[in-house]
Design a protein around this ligand. Structure first.
Ligand SMILES: [Zn+2]
Length: 324
């Protein structure tokens, strides 16, 4: 029987829940809006219960990628955009919902990096930095063929790395965080402060203005790309890594973003000759990276078919589906 994972991607604006099978095909994907949703967990529970029924006895476990910060060892998440969830016991909730104790939690950016490393732009790399440039800036890290989670599960917390110690105060309380200069909404806010006018305040609209030759939009995107380049080169130099995969909505804007980003990374990296061949790659999996990375948390923990068979057996026993 094909084994299946219930994959959960808790993002800034939505929670996606899906079934992923061992060939990494995604079935039954549902998205639940986070904004002003006081019923969020109930909706997740309802959808997940239906998916568990569809998976029947094939469910290996639940993989979760969540916006942070997270407390990996305690199974708790506190996504900044879901104010009702502070130290929310997401692992315990899913264990109780699915009657399955095989639950793996990742940070959302780590889930993206996991997916890109195993199935996307980072296949074959022993060491890899992944950065998500979107509403915020997140990161994940593969070191010597292993995901590097860190002590608390928050390794490579790159968005709140400061690039200007007396810079703008960030929502986190620190000054000059990378996120304050390079996220999509912050680039739009900077453009507006300088007089860019558009009722639609999405980054893709700013990018379109830049493509049409709007000088202000071009300057602001150049500045945001330069800020990210500084963060990339700082991180790359600290770890002596050369391959960086960049995903997220902003990174899907094409040359209008990638041309200044590559130029600034090359320029910033030249102070140390060991970084001459820094290799920047666009993410390949786009919208599915979060769900696939969440599922990989379970699939990669099931090291062999024997393990998979064992866990299925345990699951079936737990549910009284198999007499022993
Ligand atoms: Zn910050």
């Amino acid at each position: 029987m094909t084994s299946t994972v219930l994959a959960v991607d808790v993002g800034a604006t939505k929670v996606a829940v899906a079934l992923v099978d061992e060939n990494y095909s995604i079935r039954e994907k549902h998205e639940i809006s986070v904004q002003n949703n006081s019923n969020l967990w109930n909706e997740i529970e309802e959808v997940s219960s239906k998916l568990v029924k569809i998976a029947e006895g094939s469910l290996l476990g639940v993989g979760i990628g969540s916006a942070g910060p997270i407390k990996l060892n305690d199974g708790l998440v506190s996504p900044i955009n879901i104010k009702e969830w502070r130290d929310f016991p997401i692992v315990e909730k899913f264990a109780s919902l699915t009657k399955n104790s095989n639950i793996v939690l990742h940070g959302d950016a780590m889930a993206m990096v996991h997916a890109e490393w195993r199935l996307g732009a980072g296949v074959g790399c022993s060491n890899l930095l992944g950065i998500v440039v979107s509403t915020g800036i997140g990161g994940g890290l593969v070191l010597e063929n292993q995901l590097h989670m860190g002590e608390s599960g928050n390794s490579f917390f790159v968005g709140h790395q400061t690039i200007k110690f007396d810079g703008i105060e960030c929502t986190c309380g620190r000054n000059g965080c990378l996120e304050m200069y390079s996220s999509g909404p912050r680039m739009v806010a900077m453009a507006k402060e300088r007089g860019w006018k558009n009722s639609d305040e999405r980054f893709e609209v700013l990018a379109q203005s830049a493509r049409e030759g709007d000088q202000l939009a071009l300057e602001v995107i150049d500045h945001g790309a330069k800020a990210l380049a500084v963060g990339i080169v700082n991180s790359s130099a600290s770890l002596d890594l050369k391959t960086i995969v960049i995903g997220g909505g902003v990174a899907q804007s094409g040359d209008i973003y990638w041309e200044p980003l590559r130029r600034h990374v090359k320029n910033e990296a030249q102070y140390a000759n060991f970084m001459a061949d820094i290799d920047l790659r666009p993410a390949k999996l786009q919208r599915d990276a979060g769900i696939l990375g969440a599922a990989l948390g379970i699939f990669d923990n099931s090291n062999s078919n024997e393990d998979i068979q064992d866990s299925l057996l345990t699951l079936e026993e737990n549910r009284g589906l198999r007499k022993v």
